[in-house]
Design a protein around this ligand. Structure first.
Ligand code: ADP
Ligand code: MG
Length: 327
């Protein structure tokens, strides 16, 4: 009997030090974010989650095209007028975005934002725009036109009305930065989930790896794969609700910036990569490149995998990904 109390206290203190997962959901960058951290207690978890939120908010201020005061808006407002000096961070992000454009032959292009908005995906379109209008809609688009000066960190968009936008890379970049910050602050494990764009590090408190469920959008209730995500990211592109149909072809809301035609054939593209930024950009790119070219390109990149679902529900995967049937 004498020993019961010390043992009890020992057990209690052991429990207090046990790692648990804490999650907070909130809206950032116009999207739903779920931030999960592994921590000893609520107080420590809250402090870490607050750091992540501050970091994502900081990035949003830099890259948002909606925020008239962002450096990105300053670049856009000065298109055809003058070069704009920006933070090294934004300059580097634009430089990497242009590298991804080269890697995807322009399927990915931050200057997509210069397109005339001739397609509507809200059910209001009754006929396809004519070919000349479609071709003209991408006149101002072209990553090759963006002028960067590495010594002064200036960005110049030469054509009046030219714009850049980070809609297909920003959430991934913000997730990478939030993750890196938390790791630097000693947070042992967590997940930054930006509307389904998942970025993990460390392990769950019970020692198991984080896993992601992949669903087929044609049958949302059935998970067809549960895949481990070890210190890496997975991003799915595809909005099954947003599309328009003409002559039995379903056109998605992602438009090929080279042609002005919406991508068709794919309803969802999921890309696994070490970093969320690249996964995010490539998921959009695969959508634009289509099944054959998309798979081909992904298969040539080390440590990158993808799963594509076409508009008949058929599943395709890159060479080095293994999916076991899951019920
Ligand atoms: P979401 O985040 O909406 O699920 P994506 O990550 O695929 O989907 O990003 C789509 C967004 O990317 C679009 O809303 C637009 O802002 C931007 N975008 C669309 N097409 C391209 C493109 N070809 N290259 C770069 N960005 C694009
Ligand atoms: Mg994307």
């Amino acid at each position: 009997m004498k020993h019961t109390l010390p043992i009890l206290i020992l057990l209690l203190s052991f429990n207090l030090n046990a790692q648990q997962t804490f999650k907070r959901t909130l809206k950032l960058m116009g999207s739903r974010f779920d931030i999960t951290v592994v921590a000893q207690n609520q107080e420590k978890a809250d402090a870490s989650i607050n750091l992540a939120i501050a970091e994502i908010t900081r990035i949003e201020k830099l890259i948002s095209s909606w925020d008239a005061n962002s450096q990105t808006s300053a670049i856009n407002k000065n298109a055809g007028i003058k070069a704009v000096a920006v933070d090294v961070e934004l300059f580097d992000l634009i430089t990497r975005a242009i590298s991804i454009s080269k890697l995807t032959d322009g399927a990915f292009d931050i200057s997509y934002a210069s397109m005339d908005k001739i397609w509507k995906f809200d059910g209001s379109m009754t006929q396809m725009p004519d070919a000349a209008t479609i071709t003209a809609s991408v006149d101002r688009v072209g990553f090759n036109k963006i002028q960067l000066d590495a010594s002064s960190h200036t960005v110049f968009l030469p054509d009046t009305g030219m714009k850049i936008g980070f809609g297909a890379i920003g959430k991934g970049y913000a997730a990478d930065k939030a993750k890196a910050l938390l790791i630097s602050k000693g947070v042992s494990a967590g997940i930054i989930n930006a509307s389904g764009d998942m970025n993990t590090w460390g392990k769950q408190p019970d020692g198991s790896t984080w896993k992601v469920a992949i669903t087929n959008p044609m049958n949302k209730n059935k998970v067809f794969a549960l895949l481990p995500l070890i210190n890496s990211a997975v991003v799915t592109s595809g909005n099954y609700e947003k599309f328009v149909s003409f002559n039995d072809t379903r056109y998605s809301h992602i438009i090929d910036p080279r042609t002005g035609y919406p991508a068709s054939g794919i309803i969802s593209a999921t890309v696994f990569a070490p970093k969320a930024e690249l996964a995010d950009a490539l998921a959009t790119s695969v959508f634009v490149m289509g099944i054959e070219v998309g798979l081909n390109r992904i298969n040539q990149l080390p440590n990158i995998e993808c799963i594509i679902i076409d508009d008949t529900g058929k599943i395709y995967k890159s060479d080095h990904i293994e999916i076991k049937d899951h019920d």
